[in-house]
Design a protein around this ligand. Structure first.
Ligand code: GLC
Ligand code: GLC
Length: 660
């Protein structure tokens, strides 16, 4: 049987004793640590930096590890291995990164800047390989990006690899797109031009052909303990009572029978993605080693994939468990010691109350904002901002020293993860509303402009998520099919409206590349057997560079979207009021118009955004009382407005107002 975290509460030393135990353990480990410095020939100055941070973070790290693994008879051994792994990570860290570490320790707010604007892409789909991606850096600069998230690019299993999320080796790049050296060279080039590099840390599972999984298959007990294996259905059936199904159209349940081992394997996602057993401290240590290796490539932010799933406990949904938080905090504490310039970004696409629990300077400093994403699409469908406003009113603020990434589309589906109580508070029945949104975004609802497709429809629960590109969901595909200029105009305005919000509301805006010129759904994925079963491939097409060659040809839709996005990005970067997170909602007295005030270090911008295809007005009086004064300039159009009259917004119009 596996060692799991189900073994009841661990023995805790008395609270007042833990600092003493931490200190004592470190003193006992001292000779091993010194031997490690000796072995690695680390310069004294570097050792001192590490030791200073170790002193600061060790009591916390010790407490977290004790909480996780203190009940193990071999806890002290694992503690030692973890400490030595951290020291080795630091010894191997390139000098330039160590300098950056110092810089960022002294400037901890660096990622709150208005200058940070992100883009995400698949290397193979965007530019074929890493070498050619280096040649595209001018494109990112032209668009104004200063943050680049490369979708998983490590070696994967053959055939279906869940878009790179089934990793067989964290230390080598998928040979089809390049080598580790290409990745290092790219990281250097990006850093030279001031673009932050973001990669994934896929740590909930490995591919079934990772060498740990292979050794497990070969019958090695030590590696079987890296995963959750069960000889029969007894325990899986008990677990299933309370588990969700993440990919119900791929495989029912959460376990996969492995014929060779004659065991059931825990596989939350695809059958070839084996969940790692973090109840086993050897797994923690091994993944820490991989984490530090990736960090030392020159990564600035690591996206922690599928964070919600990394703990298991009988009788629970095995999502968002306290152990998941303890594990991430333990990884974070080590990063603060051994690679302190690095930040974590959580990918928790779960209930909004749970999303924020991962966000903390001691856990993940950055988080996806799935609630905002879903509610922006909700507002487009309903033409009303009531639910969005309700949610923002108590969900936007995050702890100091942390921030959101605000996105509209990504490589995954859209799930309607808003809070049912937020909906009910304003008279919306959450179940019916989700049915409506699914119907709307799959184009089933009368007069819908959207062309999305269902993802993981579960006929038993009625659950469904939505796939589709931003442009297709916003109506461009339908408008082009109908060859209707008015509809085209409306769809473009919808996209720009969404950008105007994510670029200004507070947090790091993140574009999914292709969006910037209105990429449409690609229905060809069904011809590839490795993709046909997963509709997310509809919004993961190959980049069509030939389209961008026409970008000078004014008047085309692509040019219009690209240049408008580019201008908004540029403008954001010129407005210090848009740094940080501080946002106050402004009562617009109009259910179609979202209003908020951004302020940062005395700079202020008031944003108004009309989510309907009719013109709307906001009373000048309301704006005056929002505290900005009598005259404003819209920084987007440069028009000056007075508040003695009402402010009129065009269909899907928006303004970024500054007091003059
Ligand atoms: C994350 C990824 C998704 C993947 C899953 C399993 O949610 O974003 O694409 O399928 O994790 O790794
Ligand atoms: C993760 C996300 C979920 C997403 C899935 C991949 O489970 O939490 O929202 O749908 O990955 O699609």
């Amino acid at each position: 049987m596996i060692v799991s975290t189900d073994g009841g509460p661990p023995h805790q030393p008395p609270r007042e004793g833990i600092e003493y135990e931490a200190d004592l353990s470190l003193r006992r480990l001292r000779p091993r640590l010194n031997a490690e410095w000796e072995r690695s020939q680390t310069p004294v100055e570097s050792i001192n930096h590490f030791e200073l941070r170790l002193k600061q973070h060790w009591p916390k790290l010790f407490t977290l590890l004790f909480e996780l693994y203190g009940q193990r008879y071999d806890f002290f051994y694992h503690l030692e291995q973890i400490l030595l792994t951290a020291a080795r990570g630091w010894a191997d860290r390139p000098e330039t990164l160590r300098e950056l570490d110092t810089h960022r320790i002294n400037e901890p707010q660096w990622f709150q800047s208005e200058k940070l604007v992100g883009g995400a892409l698949y290397v193979d789909l965007f530019s074929e390989n890493l070498g050619k991606l280096r040649a595209q850096i001018p494109y990112f600069q032209k668009l104004g990006l200063t943050y680049l998230h490369l979708m998983p690019l490590f070696a994967v299993r053959p055939g279906d690899s869940d878009g790179g999320y089934a990793i067989s080796n964290y230390r080598s790049v998928d040979p089809r797109i390049g080598t580790i050296d290409d990745l290092r060279a790219l990281a250097d080039d990006l850093s030279e031009v001031g673009i932050v590099l973001v990669l994934d840390f896929v740590f909930n599972h490995t591919a079934d052909d990772h060498h740990w999984a292979q050794r497990a298959q070969a019958g090695e007990r030590e590696f079987q303990d890296y995963y959750y294996l069960f000889p029969d259905r007894t325990l899986p059936d008990q677990y299933e009572q309370t588990l969700r199904e993440i990919f119900p159209t791929v495989r029912r349940g959460n376990f996969t029978w492995h014929d060779g081992m004659r065991q059931w394997v825990w596989t939350t996602f695809n059958s070839f993605q084996w969940d790692l057993n973090y109840g086993n401290p050897a797994v923690f240590r091994s993944m820490l080693d991989e984490l530090l290796f990736i960090a030392n490539m020159g990564v600035d932010i690591l996206r922690l994939d599928a964070v919600a799933f990394i703990g298991k406990k009988m009788g629970t949904g095995c999502e968002n468990l306290p152990e998941a938080h303890t594990l991430i905090r333990a990884f974070n504490a080590i990063i603060r010691i051994a690679a302190p310039g690095l930040l974590f970004k959580s990918e928790a696409i779960v209930h909004p109350d749970e999303v924020v629990r991962y966000v903390d300077t001691e856990e993940c400093q950055v988080s996806y904002n799935p609630t905002l994403m879903a509610l922006l699409w909700e507002s487009l469908a309903t033409r009303k901002v009531t639910l969005l406003t309700r949610s923002l009113s108590h969900r936007h603020q995050l702890p100091a020293g942390t921030t959101w990434t605000n996105y509209l589309r990504c490589h995954d589906d859209i799930g309607w993860t808003f809070d049912d109580n937020d909906a009910e508070a304003i008279g919306i029945n959450a179940y019916n509303h989700r049915q409506f949104l699914n119907a709307f975004y799959t184009g089933q609802f009368p007069d819908s402009f959207a062309r999305g497709v269902p993802f993981q429809h579960n006929p038993e629960t009625g659950d469904m998520r939505i796939s589709g590109t931003m442009a297709s969901l916003a109506g461009l595909e339908q408008a082009i099919e109908a060859d209707d200029d008015d509809l085209k105009e409306l769809s473009i305005r919808r996209m720009l409206l969404l950008y105007a919000v994510t670029l200004s509301i507070g947090g790091i805006p993140l574009l999914y590349l292709g969006e910037e010129w209105g990429m449409l759904n690609d229905y060809d994925f069904v011809n590839d057997p490795a993709k046909a079963g997963d509709t997310r491939w509809i919004h993961r097409p190959k980049m069509q560079w030939e389209f961008l060659e026409e970008l000078h040809d004014d008047g085309s839709i692509r040019t219009r979207i690209f240049t408008s996005a580019q201008r908004l990005i540029q403008l954001r970067k010129e407005l210090p009021a848009l740094a940080g997170l501080h946002m106050e909602l402004v009562a617009t007295e109009n259910p179609h118009v979202l209003g908020y005030l951004r302020s940062h270090e005395g700079n202020r911008i008031l944003v108004l955004a009309n989510f309907s295809e009719e013109p709307q007005t906001v009373t000048g009086n309301g704006l005056r009382t929002a505290g900005l004064g009598r005259f404003f300039q819209d920084r987007i159009s440069n028009v000056t407005l007075g508040t003695s009259t009402d402010v009129r917004l065009e269909p899907y119009g928006f303004v970024w107002l500054e007091r003059v």
